[in-house]
Design a protein around this ligand. Sequence first.
Ligand code: C2O
Ligand code: CU
Ligand code: CU
Length: 542
Amino acid sequence: MKKHDTVRDIEDANNRRQFLKLAGYGTLGLITGGFGPLLKPLAAGQNPETGFTPDLDLFLTARPGEVAIFPGDPTRVWQYHARVLKGDKNRVVELPGSYLGPIINVRRGEKIRIRYDNAIPEKSIVHWHGLHVPAIMDGHPRYVVPQGQSYLYEFEVNNRAGTYWYHPHPHGRTGPQVYRGMAGLFLVSDDEEQAAGLPAGEYEVPLVIQDRSFGRDNQLVYLSGNRMERMTGFIGDWIMVNGMPDFTLPVSTCAYRLRLLNGSNSRIYKLAWKDGRPLTIIGTDGGLLERPVQRQYLFLSPGERVEVWADFSDRPVGFETSLVSLSFDAGSMGGGRMGRGMMMGGGMMGGGRNQNQRLPNGAGFSIFKIKIAKQVHKNQTLPEKLSEIGPAQPDRAVNLSHPREFYLTMRHMQWSINGRVFQMEAVADDEIVQLGTKEIWEFSNTGGGMMRMMDMPHPIHLHGKQFRVLERSGVRHTGYVDEGWKDTVLLMPGERIRILVDFADFPGMFLYHCHNLEHEDMGMMRNYFVKGPQSNQLNSSA
Ligand code: C2O
Ligand code: CU
Ligand code: CU
């Protein structure tokens, strides 16, 4: 492994310290991660240290709790809870009976302050998945705070309207913390989206899809710690929607906007309607597409979002259908039947729990049921044009002829990116980009090498950016929605993808990683560093 660039580290650390000092975080104690007692006295309104005046000011706490998921014993979970201190109380929407955190609703351009309190018995930090915020607001694992302490987030929402989400990001513990319940949606709206006139209110439905396993006492069961299981990632045998098993969505005979998030640790869904109608997709990770597209089915990998237009106006009351996951080949290591058979047959895996016995990754099943419950007469038509996106313009990239290459491989029974694993402060030379440039990044899922024995899908995610997909090659599947803005892309074994990323603003250290949370926790994650002239760095961070 290449030794990391110490000069860059020091430079980054200096900038961070300088910025913190300037912004007043230094005096609040953020550098040491310990300003728990100081957070609360900070009144709603302007922060005297930072000068920041929020439109929406809220408390977000992560703490242990219990939810009734099955009859009998309640299930012990870790949950996010939010409370609005200043601003519209309705911006925080709890999902009753769910372990999921509340939905946080914001508008583009708003200034948000979030006072995160960590009340779980281990270190944690919150990451805003998909949001374009300064490095220090992004929830990098180096900012983790222990139980009883806090972290202050202050940022302006400058993303397009879309379905974003938040979840913990401590190194090595993201998988187990998300698994215990820590995750929530962060929905951004803007004028362009409002003008599209999509179904709203009860006709706009957030749907977080996850898988879980439970023991006889109704408690969550995670991985046993077996190395092979972690190499695959957690695969549960219950499909949960918004934290509930056997989910049914009652609908009326009209059009709906379904906002789907795959919040699972490792499981990939191949979404389709049970009755074979094509899916009408109107949005992805970074908001609405320019125009709706149709797919017979589509892959939704961990971290990805998709928005679907579903019109039930030609269905009779009483009719039932489902959103299903079709069966697919998840690769030999993908947690599928094949992999397990092979491992067991070959005797490679001794004594592992068969946690994915019922529903291996790639199995077909129903995700949730839809029941037409009510007749209404609302004639809504699918807009032809949803938003303005424009072509990707790869010729604007500074490295058009030599994209930055990233190989997703296995090394010494460890998933890696270009042969490297995560190191908290490390940035290699080929992970440094220049502020103010656009670049093409190319990811190749070359697998584990010999005999396809270690083939596995990897959903690749960049922090802090929405990007455009330029091309995909080596493709053995269809069912991708590469149109529009993305922050997470699935690479099936053998696939290669080129993306265009704009490093226009926000210098500093950000992550890129596989969003299979067990892979991430094992170190299939790296830093990239956006380097600017020192003077600029401070300006654009503040
Ligand atoms: Cu949902 Cu580091 O990401
Ligand atoms: Cu992220
Ligand atoms: Cu992976």
